[in-house]
Design a protein around this ligand. Structure first.
Ligand code: C2E
Ligand code: MG
Ligand code: MG
Ligand code: MG
Length: 280
């Protein structure tokens, strides 16, 4: 706002702030009821094995369809769910639903289909988290090795020692751990070798300009090489063009995910697609 408004400035700003606070409060009260009102659902985005072209599995991505607000994107409500602690229940629901769904697909004949689930910091740091994971596996009857939990670097960095302990326990029960949005955080390479992880998921910001931007090519190449050296799988997220996928194949990246392959799909669409994807 311009200076000419002079004396009105304070009022104007506090009004604006009130409005923002109200929007937030409203959103929060909607979010509190969303679970019991069944307003959440999951989409599934395919992950492809770049060597064989086969479907490896999918990533479960939450969607919130509110009757008044319409579709709210996770980028807009997950942070609020984190701040309010609501993520604990929402995350538990995601975990159970995703495992149940993937087991259903396995029973349809896609026996080695994997599922990746995003876990946020607050959820991961909860003392009951491990139990929740075990519960989701038990309830679904899915083998632990088909479940990958996606954590971000910031999630682990909140409390490195405790995080490593939890990741270790996950490894012990056979659940896989992936670092999501890799390359955007601040984790130092020196302790990457000590992290009990199975996968590095290269952030899509590095994939977007691949080919055009030589420094991005260098970074992606380095991450893939490092992945091979550390004996972890490397996934490229946000693959949007044929050129990107070709280059990733050349660089021996293991898996890819992105709009060029498939957008996140509704359960029914994914299920229809299953019969066309290469069988396992
Ligand atoms: P993420 O885990 O990095 O998920 C990838 C995001 O990139 C998804 O957005 C997906 O739709 C989008 N994406 C996939 N391929 C492409 C592509 O080729 N181009 C572009 N531009 N985007 C692509 P979405 O579904 O809006 O999710 C955003 C973020 O919200 C996720 O990032 C994740 O951090 C979080 N999130 C989603 N579902 C959950 C959940 O169930 N629990 C938690 N804690 N977080 C979730
Ligand atoms: Mg993810
Ligand atoms: Mg990601
Ligand atoms: Mg991301």
């Amino acid at each position: 706002r311009s200076k000419q408004q002079g004396g009105n400035r304070v009022t104007f700003f506090s009004m604006e702030m009130n409005q923002q606070a109200m929007v937030r409060l409203e959103l929060e009260s909607y979010l509190r009821k969303a679970l019991q009102k069944n307003e959440f659902y999951l989409c599934y985005q395919p992950l492809i094995d770049l060597e064989t072209g086969n479907l490896y599995g999918s990533e479960a991505l939450i969607r919130w369809n509110h009757p008044k607000l319409g579709l709210v994107s996770p980028g807009d409500f997950i942070p609020l769910a984190e701040e309010t602690g609501l993520i604990k229940d929402i995350g538990g629901w995601v975990l159970r639903s995703a495992c149940k769904q993937n087991k259903r697909w396995q029973m349809l004949g896609y026996k080695s289909l994997s599922i990746s689930v995003n876990v946020s910091a607050y959820q991961f740091q909860q003392p009951g988290f491990l139990k929740e994971v075990k519960m989701a596996l038990e309830l679904s009857g899915m083998e632990p090795k088909y479940l990958t939990l996606e954590l971000t670097e910031s999630t682990m960095l909140r409390n490195v020692e405790y995080s490593i302990q939890v990741m270790q326990s996950l490894q012990e029960i056979g659940v896989k751990v992936s670092i999501d949005d890799f390359g955007t955080g601040y984790s130092s390479l020196s302790y990457l070798k000590d992290l009990p992880i199975n996968t590095l998921k290269i952030d899509r910001s590095f994939i977007n300009n691949l080919r055009l931007n030589t420094s991005d090519v260098a970074i992606v190449k380095a991450i893939i090489t490092m992945g091979h050296g550390l004996a972890v799988k490397v996934v490229a997220e946000g693959v949007e063009t044929k050129e990107q996928i070709e280059l990733l194949k050349e660089l021996k990246c293991h898996y890819a995910q992105g709009f060029y392959i498939h957008k996140p799909l509704m359960t029914s669409e994914f299920e229809e697609g299953l019969s066309q994807f290469n069988g396992q």
